[in-house]
Write a protein that binds this ligand. Structure first.
Ligand code: HEM
Length: 209
């Protein structure tokens, strides 16, 4: 999500996110939550496997990218949250950040009886991460490859995340910077001190409000 908002095309949202972060009111935080949900919707690389168990019949027909697919009991399907999150029938103008979409439409934490137990806390956590980073002056990518989130794009919008030197896959993007970077923002940490950093960022200090 942070990588998404640091993309050139999405930087236009950053000034507003910064303004809301510095307002520091419950109302502004609610809007930041919408930015979090939208950023996650458009940048996620998630999905889930489901077993096909039609209730009353042996087969079930579903639509896949506009085409009918017949599934039978025992089949396994991969439900792509990447596609579901950009389904224009659910999210009109799917590639636009819109802050008035109903919260219950967002799918990245699953749905139904096994929906993510950490959903609410995770959304709060992500909102506060966005808010905290938006309070940093001139928050930006480090120059060059350092500032790129390391992943290999795969079919269907899935990203295979990698560590800093591209030597191994990681299930999730790893941290953007070590904690002490906050206290020494001008110091560049050498590559070999922390192989888990997937993307380096820089800033010029906290905004003191
Ligand atoms: C980016 C963060 C996270 C994402 C995208 C995420 C997503 C998911 C998804 C898609 C599922 C499966 C839902 C389903 O089967 O319908 C799930 C299950 C689960 N998640 Fe998360 N999750 C996240 C963070 C967390 C956190 C922080 C916690 C705990 C504090 C957590 C706890 C769980 C548990 C316990 C389940 C299993 C629920 C069950 O099977 O009944 N998750 N999560």
């Amino acid at each position: 999500m942070i990588d998404f908002y640091l993309e050139d095309d999405n930087r236009k949202h950053w000034a507003e996110i910064q303004r809301l972060a510095n307002l520091n009111t419950p109302e502004a935080d609610k809007i930041l939550t919408k930015y979090t949900l939208e950023g996650t919707r458009l940048s996620n690389s998630l999905g889930i496997f489901r077993n096909v168990e039609p209730a009353d019949t042996q087969t079930i027909t579903i639509k896949q990218l506009g085409q009918d697919v017949v599934l039978k009991r025992g089949d396994k399907v991969f439900v792509s949250f990447v596609y579901a999150s950009k389904d224009a029938s659910v999210f009109p103008d799917p590639l636009e950040i819109k802050l008035d979409r109903p919260t219950e439409l967002y799918i990245t934490h699953g749905e139904g009886q096994h929906q993510c137990l950490g959903k609410d806390i995770n959304i709060i956590q992500n909102t506060y991460m966005l808010k905290t980073l938006a309070k940093l002056r001139n928050f930006r990518r480090a120059p060059g490859d350092d500032g790129r989130l390391k992943f290999i794009p795969k079919p269907g919008g899935i990203k295979l995340y990698m560590n800093a030197d591209w030597s191994k896959f990681t299930p999730y993007p790893t941290s953007m910077f070590p904690p002490f970077y906050i206290f020494f923002p001008t110091i560049r940490v050498p590559h070999d001190t922390n192989q888990s950093i997937a993307m380096r960022v820089q800033f010029d200090g906290p905004i003191v409000s």
